[in-house]
Design a protein around this ligand. Sequence first.
Ligand code: BG6
Ligand code: MG
Length: 216
Amino acid sequence: MGLEACLFDLDGVLVDTAKYHYLAWKQLANSLGFDFSEEENEQLKGISRVESLRKILAWGGVDFPQERQDELAALKNGWYVEMISEMTANEVLPGSIKLLEELKSNHIKIGLGSASKNAKLILDNTGLIPYFDALVDGNIVNKSKPDPAVFLKGAELLNVDPKSCVVFEDASAGVEAALRAEMKAIGIGAEKDLGKAHLVVSDLTHIDLKTIQNLF
Ligand code: BG6
Ligand code: MG
C-alpha cells in the first residue's frame, strides 16, 4: 500500500512551541520550590496537560488534592497561552511550509494529530490552518499518546487506511502511538530519543515527498 496521507504532530514538529511548554512547566515547578531536568522534560512531550502535571509533581515529591491540581494546570496554561498568543508565522519551523506545499500539490491528504487543547489558536496565529484537510486535537480525543487514538481518528476523518499514513513526531510517546496505529513514523529530533521511528531527522528540511514514499 502506498502513501495517502501525512499526519503531523504540532508542538515541536511544525512550530517551536515545545520550548514554551517547557518554560511554563518550569515556572510552575519553580513556584512550588523545585526544578526538573531537560531529560525529564523529554518525557512530557506528546502527553496531555494533566498527565504532564502528574509527572512533574511526582518528580518534585509533592502531591495535591485534585482541586489544587486543576488550579496548577490552569496556572501553567495561562502562562503558556500568554506565550503562544504572541506567535506569528515566523515561528513555523524550517522546512514545514515547503513540505506542506509539496504534499498539497501532489494530492496527499494532510491531517493534524496533536494532544494540545491549544492547537487551534497556534494554527490560527501561524497561518497554518489552510493546509489541513482534518484536525484532531486534545479537545477531540482525550486518550493521550502513546495511545494511537489521535492518529486513528485522523485516518478516519481523512477516509484513508492507517497503513497508508505517515506520522511526523518529536515525542517518543507520539512515535509509539504511530507504530501502534500501524502507521509509518518519522521522528523529528534526536535518534537517542526517537530510535523506534522508521526514520529520524533533525527537522523537516530533510524531508520531501520522495523520502516519505521510500518508506513504503
Ligand atoms: C502536546 C505537547 O503537543 O500537547 C505536550 O507535546 C502538551 O507537551 C500537550 O502537554 C497538551 O498541550 P496543551 O496545550 O493542551 O496544554
Ligand atoms: Mg510534539
